[in-house]
Design a protein around this ligand. Structure first.
Ligand code: FUB
Length: 364
């Protein structure tokens, strides 16, 4: 599916919802029930909007670190200004299908001294009695940086460091801790996530904008950096995360179905590293498999078909012997792209270790 087709589809889906919402009876008069018909799972919480779920199991319990979507009234633009989030809540549950607890505000933008606007997709990690919350936010110069905040509890409140992580940039931090205790941060996102502005390691507000439209250039890659022992700094300069085809060739910018866009995540299964990500404008979750946390990762395919809404973002975690995919769509808001809700479903690896395709609306 090319990018315009899905974008047009998203507009076509959301426009009747807006019309119906103006009429005062959105539920009955819109097509929203049709759009979500066959949904394989229900929103985990419905009283707040949540997105970009990073899930972890700490002490046997599932904790979810999502974005907290709000309607702030900022108009939509190509850089995602309407994703204008101002705080984070942590969710928890003992098991899938059981009650979900919203632990309230865990970190607020007003308490981050260097932050300007837009708290986007976070992640969390644990080491030696401390929980770490990693978050992207634009600084006061409107440049995305990644910050870290700490707490003695997985649900916060989290106290932010006074400065962003040195040499961090762009969005969507995801921290993977390997079996030997080493932790790595994956990050980056193109378009509104500003990765294209850091082409030569320096920020350029106009940088590489046109490169994203040049289909024959190499695609931009997610970044990886090992974290230092204090989990608050990079121990090395960020490197590219290469996703390659079966012949070892990296993807080109024009390969919208396969190239990295945003929402990196890594899980380890049977000794192999699985790097998964969103293809953005083609709305797939896709993945590659590698032998090292640094990659290269050989592209395997998509594993989640497009959800209703523009963005798709996820995490993969094992709990009680089952692998779980946390993801989001826009069921609660009836299709509004910036008002999302997190969901969970089981994810299966087949006998060869491939992830089985999931259709979010494939329930018979
Ligand atoms: O939630 C804001 C942004 O939308 C995230 O950072 C991206 O991954 C996309 O889901």
């Amino acid at each position: 599916m090319n990018k315009l087709t899905k974008k047009e589809l998203a507009l076509a889906l959301s426009f009747p919802f807006l019309l119906a919402a103006c009429s005062g009876d959105a539920k009955k008069e819109s097509k929203e029930d049709d759009a979500f018909k066959g949904a394989i799972s229900k929103p985990l919480v419905t009283d707040i909007y949540t997105a970009d779920p990073s899930a972890h199991v700490f002490n046997g319990k599932i904790y979810i670190y999502p974005s907290h979507d709000i309607e702030s009234g900022v108009p939509e633009d190509d850089n995602g200004a309407h994703f204008d989030m101002k705080d984070y809540h942590v969710l928890s549950m003992d098991s899938v299908g059981g009650p979900v607890t919203d632990h309230g505000v865990a970190l607020s933008i007003k308490d981050i001294p260097w932050a300007g606007r837009q708290l986007w997709a976070p992640d969390a990690a644990y080491k030696d009695g401390t929980y770490y919350l990693y978050f992207p936010v634009k600084d006061k110069q409107d440049v995305f940086r990644i910050g870290v905040a700490t707490s003695k509890s997985p649900t916060g409140p989290f106290i932010p460091e006074k400065e962003p992580i040195k040499n961090s940039f762009s969005i969507d931090p995801a921290v993977f801790t390997d079996s030997d205790g080493s932790s790595y941060m994956y990050f980056g996102g193109i378009w509104g996530g500003q990765l294209q502005r850091w082409k030569d390691g320096k920020y350029d507000a106009n940088g590489s904008k046109t490169d994203l439209e040049n289909d024959s250039l190499p695609s931009l890659n997610a970044k990886i950096a090992k974290l230092g022992p204090d989990m608050k700094q990079f121990a090395e300069a960020p490197k590219d995360v290469m996703v390659v085809d079966k012949d070892g060739k990296p993807f080109l910018t024009g390969d919208h179905d396969r190239r990295f866009f945003e929402a990196a995540w890594v899980h380890k299964y049977n000794g192999k590293y699985y790097f998964s990500y969103s293809t953005g404008d083609t709305h797939y979750l896709a993945y590659g498999i590698g032998d090292s946390p640094y990659g290269p990762f050989t592209y395997q395919g998509a594993f989640l078909k497009p959800v209703v809404g523009w963005t798709t973002h996820h995490s993969i975690v094992e709990h009680n012997g089952k692998w779980l995919l946390f993801y989001h769509d826009t069921e609660v808001s009836g299709g509004k792209t910036h008002l999302r809700n997190v969901k969970v479903t089981e994810l299966k690896h087949d006998a060869e270790g491939k992830i089985e395709m999931i259709d979010p609306y494939g329930k018979k």
